[in-house]
Design a binder for this molecule. Structure first.
Ligand code: NAD
Length: 498
């Protein structure tokens, strides 16, 4: 049994609170480690270390910070297999998917490598006679990151690449369910030359998070997780005067118009619905089939499902791994169980899954397809976060868009069509932060920014990309006069530009 430790000041530090949580291998259903849960005092100690480190790091040259980031990028790329193995061991997703999340995380380091350009600020000359104005972007100091279980490499990198590049020090509180990848990232950062104390990893639960939210030396908090926690983090952090971006849950729809290519739409629905066992905030959980496309589309999706290989993430044959915990597996199964009573029709029943051939007792659940789902049913209203795909039938494009936009979340909406006019109109009509046209999972590349609307994001800043740079810096506007001594005079009026 592994006993994990915190990472503070560039080294592993054992937990002292006496509180711990279990870490499982979801594919075998066995506990493989314990993770310490930090007390408020342990959080304070990490913030102190970070505060000291931030002062020097933030004052360093841009070129030296960029050089460290380039090295970090290469080390993370070279460690892809190790990082992916750590993700699969604690999260359960298949190795190829875990390597995919490392690749998407790398985009954020690559973007941050351009930090000398990104922090250029702006300059106006001669705003008044002999007066210039320039804006510089300064680091905030210590920033906190709180991350979910479903992307234990990519989401920490959404935060820490830009935060560090901007000259801040970070205290990262990763998910207690899969804490090892964050520790590997911290070791790689140290090897790359990130100074001790600039990246710290403190494990824990709500006690650690609430301590960070109340700590006077934490300037900003980036959070990614479920909507109830996101709301709590946003409200609490804001009450303590912090800058907060809190990304929450989702219920993403894929609208399929009658003219769409049915096979391509079915491939996309299966991939986006069941990839990573549906444990993606950009997973498709509802297909909205418009008009006559419904029957052939459901048939095409159902036809693809029996051949999906569910098994341990380490088996190269597996396409989908287990769910993260037994509790979560049982919760998702409960939605399937309750669906017929609410009026939905089970087309493919994931509860029929026969376990992996090796007989392991992992947290597996097969893929389920439900038809005749409607708003008001729990299976439609709740974020299930598992391998369950619902189909809602709509008569028209307008009916489909109204249905999608009436939901409380606004992360991603995808449209499948061959009609360019409808696609263009849909871009304007959808009430979501990210749209996909014939792209089921429209996660923006690292040089754009990621963020939903409504209950999918609390705060006014999306994460990573240009918005990330804005979030992790504060502007300072400096007005400068180097007067010509010949024009000097006393003037008690308000500073003029005309
Ligand atoms: P979660 O909200 O349970 O946990 C997220 C983090 O918050 C963890 O580090 C956890 O320890 C901490 N936490 C949990 N309860 C807390 C509390 N009461 N007070 C303070 N901190 C608390 O989320 P999860 O189950 O780890 O992740 C899955 C959720 O994350 C899904 O809802 C998914 O949609 C969402 N998610 C959203 C995005 C996005 O970009 N919008 C991305 C990934 C995941």
């Amino acid at each position: 049994m592994r006993e994990l430790e915190h990472w503070v000041g560039g080294k592993a530090v054992p937990g002292t609170s006496g509180r711990t949580g279990p870490v499982f291998d979801p594919a075998r259903g066995v506990q493989t480690g314990t993770v310490p849960f930090a007390s408020a005092d342990e959080v304070d100690a990490a913030v102190d270390v970070a505060t000291e480190a931030a002062a020097e790091w933030g004052a360093g040259s841009l070129s030296s910070r960029a050089a460290v980031l380039f090295r970090f990028r290469d080390l993370v790329a070279a460690a892809t297999a190790d990082l992916a193995a750590a993700v699969t061991a604690e999260h359960g997703k298949v190795l190829s998917d875990a390597a995919g999340e490392v690749a998407r995380g790398l985009e954020n380091i690559e973007f941050a490598c351009g930090i000398p350009h990104l922090l250029k600020g702006s300059h106006s000359t001669e705003v008044s006679t002999g007066v210039d104005v320039h804006t510089v972007l300064e680091p905030l100091g210590v920033v906190a990151g709180v991350t979910p279980f479903n992307f234990p490499v990519m989401v920490p990198l959404w935060m820490l690449a830009n935060a560090i590049a901007c000259g801040n020090a970070v205290v990262l509180k990763p998910s207690e369910k899969d804490p090892t990848p964050s520790l590997l990232l911290a070791e790689l950062a140290k090897e790359a030359g990130v100074p001790d104390g600039v990246l710290n990893v403190v494990h824990g639960d709500a006690v650690a998070v609430d301590s960070l939210l109340a700590h006077p030396d934490v300037a900003a908090v980036s959070f990614v997780g479920s909507t109830p926690t996101a709301r709590h983090v946003y409200e609490t952090g804001a009450r303590h005067g912090k800058r907060v971006q809190a990304l929450g849950g989702a219920k993403n729809h894929m609208v399929v118009l009658p003219d769409a290519d049915v096979d391509a739409a079915a491939d996309a629905a299966v991939s986006a619905g069941f990839g990573s066992a549906g444990e993606r905030c950009m997973a498709i959980s509802v297909v909205v089939a418009v008009g006559a496309v419904a029957d052939p589309l459901i048939e095409a999706i159902a036809a693809r499902m029996p051949s999906l290989v569910v098994g341990p993430g380490t088996d190269p044959e597996s396409q989908m791994g287990p769910l993260v915990t037994a509790e979560h597996r049982d919760r998702v199964r409960g939605y399937v169980e309750g669906a017929p009573d609410e009026g939905a029709r089970i087309v493919v029943d994931g509860r029929d899954l026969v376990g992996p051939a090796d007989g392991s007792e992992g947290f597996f659940l097969g893929c389920t397809l439900l038809d005749e789902v409607r708003p008001g049913m729990r299976v439609y209203d709740d974020e299930i976060f598992g391998p369950g795909l619902s189909v809602v039938r709509a008569g028209t494009y307008d009916e489909a868009v109204s249905l999608v936009n009436a939901g409380p979340y606004g992360n991603g909406t995808a449209l499948f069509t061959r009609d360019g006019g409808a696609a263009r109109r849909c871009q304007r009509d959808i009430a979501a932060g990210m749209g996909g046209i014939n792209v089921a999972i429209p996660v923006p590349v690292g040089f754009h920014s990621f963020g939903g609307w409504k209950s999918s994001l609390f705060g006014d800043s999306a994460i990573y990309g240009p918005e990330g740079i804005r979030f992790y810096t504060r502007p300072k506007v400096v007005t400068t006069r180097w007067p010509d001594p010949a024009g000097s005079e006393i003037d008690l009026g308000f500073p003029r530009t005309r």
